[in-house]
Design a protein around this ligand. Structure first.
Ligand SMILES: [Zn+2]
Length: 136
């Protein structure tokens, strides 16, 4: 039986599906898959300047686990930059703090308070959107 992984708490999903290099026609089509929790680790440590201990608490994992996620994230981003590969964000082992949705019209991601009955995208007002939380 495979070892059961603990889910990593991610406050918000990345607001993009991926990154594409430009200026190099030979860029590889083989994308690097960056997990949501790896994106979160980079954001917390390098953008929000949290210590690894603080960041591990935000994500609900041990400090060594955070260090592993963070190292993996940096390795993937370095690989993408060095090998001119696209980055796509995928769910990985993340668990989102709230119910998150993605608009099918403008592709923005957003969360809504649970008691809202008029559901629409806060950016373009479209009612065409879908839940991006994994099945529970
Ligand atoms: Zn929208």
């Amino acid at each position: 039986m495979p070892r059961r992984r603990r889910l990593r708490k991610v406050v918000a999903p990345p607001s993009f599906k991926g990154y594409k290099p430009y200026g190099n026609k030979k860029s590889s089509k083989n994308p690097v898959e960056l997990f949501y929790e790896e994106y979160e680790a980079i954001k917390l440590a390098d953008y929000d300047s949290l210590s690894q201990l603080e960041a591990s608490e935000v994500m609900g994992v041990s400090r060594p686990t955070f260090a592993r996620i963070y190292a993996s994230a940096r390795q993937k981003i370095a690989t993408a930059l060095t090998e001119t590969r696209e980055i796509v964000t995928v769910y990985g082992h993340a668990i989102l703090d709230k119910d998150w949705y993605q608009c099918n019209k403008c592709h923005s991601k957003f969360s809504l308070p649970p008691q809202v009955d008029q559901l629409h995208c806060p950016l373009c007002q479209s009612k065409n959107f879908q839940s991006i939380n994994p099945e529970k």
